[in-house]
Design a protein around this ligand. Structure first.
Ligand code: AHM
Ligand code: MG
Length: 319
């Protein structure tokens, strides 16, 4: 039973023993509040549009991407608990300023997922995951190249019709809603994937789909397994959030020729795959569990199939 007066602070105090980990989560939540406010007022505060820079992905950087990235780095630096960070927006290792050799935690994030939706007031969000460092070498990228199954906690904030923070830790995934007084209150606890019949796929890529994927999507469209409908926001974080709550499956297959996907393993796929796993869901890249893939590069892109366990199993049965 959700106690609607429990705030995030009380929640993390009640079952996370490590006060350093608590502080990391607190810092991320503060950054998400700041980002949420800036997203809501972007048009007024001249935060829409591009900075003129190109990021490591070769994409034009949005002003809000840059703002969100700096906000997370500054807030996590202030926590004094973080050893190293990795961001979708930055090419290599990020160290807190001042450096913190005694910090134990490594945090990775996509500061603002769904960049193409920023200027049109459609839901976007922040995705993050927290790991323990594996060694104390501040130049060792292996601290960031950890498998998703090493994640201690992950989550996201979605800046939608309300701002909701999802936190997944110790077999428990909960949702917090940001109040008018800028406090995150617990609004759903122990959530599990819903069972609506939804598929979320950019079907404009149909001509690049493998025969297996064409067969799968055609079966979903055929009503043989219930009446599926399509929902695709174009912000992974929002598509995942909807499917987690209501039910559904999201897929962004890898290009069959190159084997490379659109979404980033470390900053997008792993954090969400961890949440899925803890919420009766699953995520694969088609051949293996996303959480079992050993990253070989910071900005590695993979195919992603993520949703309720039954949805992912159904695809595997059909192809
Ligand atoms: P971003 O992190 O630069 O916003 O890119 C990732 C986004 C995802 O949020 C979304 O699922 C996908 O790219 C949409 O891609 P497409 O426009 O090809 O459908
Ligand atoms: Mg993204």
């Amino acid at each position: 039973m959700v106690n609607k007066s429990t705030n995030l602070e009380e929640y993390i105090d009640s079952f996370i023993e490590d006060s350093n980990l608590q502080e990391v989560i607190r810092s991320i939540s503060i950054a998400c509040k700041t980002i949420s406010n800036s997203v809501r007022l972007a048009g007024i505060n001249d935060l829409l549009g591009k900075t003129g820079d190109i990021n490591v992905q070769g994409e034009k950087v949005e002003k809000l991407d840059e703002f969100a990235n700096n906000t997370l780095i500054n807030q996590l630096s202030k926590s004094k608990k973080v050893f190293m960070m990795g961001s979708e927006e930055i090419e290599s290792i990020i160290l807190p300023q001042p450096e913190n050799p005694n910090g134990e935690y490594v945090v990775v994030f996509d500061p603002l997922d769904g960049s193409s939706n920023i200027d049109v007031s459609i839901s976007i969000g922040t995705i993050f995951a927290i790991y323990k460092k594996i060694n104390s070498d501040p130049q060792d990228v292996d601290n960031l190249l950890q498998k998703g199954n090493q994640i201690l906690a992950s989550g996201y904030a979605v800046y939608g019709s309300s701002t909701v923070l999802c936190l997944s830790i110790i077999n428990k995934t909960s949702l917090f809603t940001l109040s008018g007084d800028q406090e995150f209150f617990l609004t759903s606890e122990n959530i599990v994937h819903g069972d609506s019949k939804v598929y979320s796929i950019n079907e404009s890529n149909w001509n690049k789909f493998t025969d297996e994927n064409k067969l799968w999507v055609n079966k979903l469209r055929s009503e043989e397994f219930g009446k599926y409908t399509a929902r695709y926001v174009g912000s992974l974080v929002a598509d995942f959030h909807r499917n987690l709550i209501k039910g559904g499956v999201f897929a962004y297959p890898a290009d069959p020729k190159s084997g490379i996907g659109r979404l980033r393993l470390i900053y997008e796929c792993n954090p969400l795959a961890f949440i899925a796993k803890q919420s009766k869901g699953r995520a694969t890249d088609e051949s293996e569990d996303i959480l079992d893939i050993k990253p070989t590069a910071l900005h590695q892109r993979v195919g992603l199939y993520i949703g309720g366990e039954e949805e992912i199993n159904l695809r595997e049965k059909l192809i």
